[in-house]
Design a protein around this ligand. Structure first.
Ligand SMILES: C[S@@+](CC[C@H](N)C(=O)[O-])C[C@H]1O[C@@H](n2cnc3c(N)ncnc32)[C@H](O)[C@@H]1O
Length: 713
């Protein structure tokens, strides 16, 4: 990236932090560290108005948070000591981030320690500028800002525009960016060198928010995959690390089994009610919901806050759990997980996302800490307990049983595609011809013997069964069309992928796969929302989980319940880009993430001679996407197949990519699809990787054999 752009972005970031009350001196070193960690990928840092940066600053500050009796000294020191700078050392202390490689080959974001030093110029963090989350006294007359991460982040997010609903039109989003001003430009001169940090922002009493979402939670034993709990087979292992799992508790039953990173705490809901109040209101005996540890009483008292904070921190460093195993065992026995596999029913109950208010749902968004000090004791938790952040009808948990990477690298969850900027995706009822919809239908189109007009695309036949599965014949055809061997390619004369490469690089079309489309009924149709010809647009209905794969592929997606053949699993959702925009992103390196998340919507590129730039569309799930982005590749015998589906527009330029099962899939099986990669073709737009699919017919096996031979010789 050109230095000036880099500088401008740095200024904007620092400025944004300043608006939150973080001085330049505080923000700058953390920003530098994040840039290192994310390989100068600004998209991550700028996402959600620099949420990652704010999180990281809060984390580093919390780690520096002095004990109450140190506060006075720190402030007194302000005028007596030279400003200290931070440097990395191996000893425990306040944290920053660093990258480490695991045996698996994955690169992990880890905390690196910072300690005061006056030697190098990484940045400054004078004690007076660390935001304190305790009840501070300000001996030197400073106004001490008291902010919570939640307060800050919600103020950060307040001007976000929301994106889309599941069946609605694609919405073009624009996130507010911090405008550069002259003051910021002056600061440009000092980004990268140390300066005297600014004074903290003065805060009023109203700014001091206490609306922490602190739920009731029960720790589950380690070693049980999130989403699966069979109380009869629980192994109560000693606490080996910091990662645990908890339940999402509703008034009547446990909704989900979720992962967490911090300690067990008992606290109030975000309405400010206590656990006891909520339990009383919901009619669930408190002891049945949560077995309070002996710590309960001391956590409730304000005097104990310091103790709790210290205990939380100690435990975060790996020392024994706050709640006894016995307490945990009782808690587990007192609860029925909604996600259990038992011998009798062999069923996993749906992990529906709660729709109700605080009154009837106590959200255990991972074992949330009691107060703000503890909130920032964890690594940034982008997704809390549901990676879909409530955007799907199902809660989608995340679990890593192999290393300490708690969540996948940052991305923003969207349940349906969103136009990035120039893509021509414009839905209008007028655009849908009467022959392309079933205006005169009513009820469920599938219950009538004569197929409706929406089946024109599929030869006058509905492709779905009454159970909502893809019919055998259609599924077989899709599998065969997608199969690497049988795939039929068509070639366009003026391929949009090639034409942006510049004159020297211009190449002939690499080919586009011929596909079979599904056309679902939609708003202009007379049928109702429950019509059997509306499957994909209803969204995810099966229990899925994002998990860390054991075989080095990074994160993956799996099912927590058995899936029948022909079942719709999820859509591949991302930003809708023109192929030019995708090319520009690739050239700029903003898509240089370790994994590739782009797909072409190229099914119809050959049918028009002069396809306009804005009509040659792609999906990029690198920064915005849904669970579809975690589906890994498997050569030949993948259990998912990708099918193009359209409902809002029948023009084949824009459509949805839906994943259906190619066979019965067992609970806990990883969901995979064949990306169609030719591992020998290095010019292919999909960046090849060393395939670790494990299939006995892996197409990359020749290459890996060759490599081994080369190494051996
Ligand atoms: C759409 S992403 C899948 C999710 C990804 N594993 C993650 O951690 O976010 C595609 C990327 O995953 C990795 N991947 C997928 N299938 C793989 C396979 N069979 N072997 C090795 N890496 C794979 C590659 O890095 C690929 O670019």
């Amino acid at each position: 990236m050109a230095p000036s752009t880099q500088l401008q972005r740095a200024i904007a970031a620092v400025k944004a932090m300043k608006l939150l009350g973080f001085s330049q001196g505080v923000a700058k070193p953390v920003l530098k560290e994040l840039l290192k960690v994310y390989g100068n990928n600004w998209e991550y840092i700028e996402a959600e108005n620099y949420r990652l940066l704010a999180d990281a600053i809060l984390d580093s500050q919390e780690s520096k948070d002095p004990e109450p009796n140190e506060i006075d000294a720190a402030f007194t020191d302000e005028f007596t000591k030279p400003l200290k700078r931070l440097r990395h050392i191996e000893d425990p202390g306040p944290s920053q981030y660093t990258i480490e490689s695991e045996a698996s080959g994955e690169t992990l974001l880890k905390k690196k320690k910072l300690v005061a030093s006056s030697e190098d110029g990484i940045g400054e963090m004078a004690p007076q500028h660390a935001i304190n989350f305790e009840e501070p006294s300000a001996p030197l007359g400073h106004a001490i800002p008291k902010l919570s991460r939640r307060t800050m982040l919600s103020s950060f997010q307040s001007d976000e525009q929301y994106l889309c609903d599941r069946t609605g039109n694609v919405v073009c989003y624009k996130e507010p960016k911090i405008e550069l001003d002259t003051e910021a430009l002056q600061e440009a001169a000092v980004v990268g060198v140390s300066t005297i940090p600014d004074k903290p922002m003065a805060m009023t009493e109203n700014d001091i928010s206490t609306n922490y979402n602190v739920p009731i939670a029960v720790a589950a034993p380690n070693g049980i995959p999130s989403g699966i709990a069979d109380s009869s087979s629980l192994q109560l292992a000693p606490n080996e690390g910091n990662e645990r799992e908890s339940f999402l508790v509703s008034a009547q039953n446990v909704l989900a089994y979720v992962q967490d990173s911090t300690n067990v705490n008992i606290a109030s809901s975000n309405t400010g009610k206590s656990a006891a109040d909520l339990a009383a209101e919901s009619g669930v005996p408190l002891d049945d919901v949560v077995k309070l540890s002996p710590l309960k009483e001391c956590l409730k008292s304000s005097e104990s806050r310091g103790i709790h904070r210290r205990m939380t921190r100690r435990s975060f460093n790996g020392s024994p759990n706050l709640v006894s195993l016995e307490t945990r065992r009782k808690s587990m026995n007192g609860l029925q997980s909604s996600l259990h596999i038992d011998g009798q029913s062999n069923g996993i109950h749906k992990n529906y996302a709660p729709q109700s208010s605080d009154n009837d749902v106590l959200q255990c968004s991972a074992i949330q800490p009691l107060h703000e000090n503890a909130i920032i004791a964890s690594l940034p938790q982008h997704f809390e307990h549901d990676i879909a952040k409530g955007e799907e009808r199902i809660i989608i948990s995340v679990i890593n049983e192999f290393n300490r990477e708690k969540t996948p690298p940052y991305f923003r969850y969207i349940p349906c595609n969103v136009v990035y900027q120039n893509a021509h995706v414009n839905f209008s009822l007028a655009q849908i011809d009467e022959d392309d919809c079933c205006i005169n239908c009513f009820g469920n189109c599938l219950s009538v013997s004569i197929p409706c007009a929406c089946t024109r695309e599929t030869g006058g036949e509905f492709v779905y069964t009454l159970d909502g599965l893809l019919k055998k014949e259609f599924l077989n055809e899709c599998i065969s069309m997608n199969s690497y061997m049988d795939k039929r390619h068509v070639y366009c004369k003026n391929c949009p992928i090639e034409r942006f490469k510049g004159e020297n690089k211009f190449d002939s079309c690499k080919g586009h796969v011929v596909r079979k489309f599904i056309k679902e009924c939609w708003s202009k149709c007379g049928c109702n929302k429950k019509c059997g010809n509306r499957v994909v647009q209803r969204g995810i209905t099966y229990n899925l989980q994002v998990f860390y794969t054991a075989d080095g592929k990074g994160w993956g997606l799996r099912t927590l319940e058995e899936l029948p053949r022909g079942a719709f699993v999820c859509e591949y959702v991302g930003e809708i880009l023109t192929s030019k925009e995708l090319y520009d992103r690739t050239v700029q390196g903003s898509c240089s993430a370790k994994h590739s998340y782009t797909l072409l919507l190229d099914a119809d590129w050959v049918s028009e001679e002069g396809l306009r730039d804005e009509e040659a569309l792609c999906l990029d799930a690198t920064f915005y996407g849904n669970v579809g982005r975690f589906v890994n590749h498997r050569c030949f015998d993948a259990n998912l197949v990708e099918v193009p589906v359209e409902w809002e527009t029948p023009d084949h330029h824009y459509y949805h990519l839906a994943y259906f099962t190619t066979r019965k899939v067992e609970a806990l099986e990883e969901l995979t699809r064949d990306y169609g990669i030719d591992f020998k073709d290095h010019a292919h737009p999909i960046k090849a990787f060393k395939c670790l699919c494990g299939s006995s017919i892996c197409r990359d096996s020749c290459r890996s054999r060759k490599r081994k031979e080369q190494v051996g010789s």
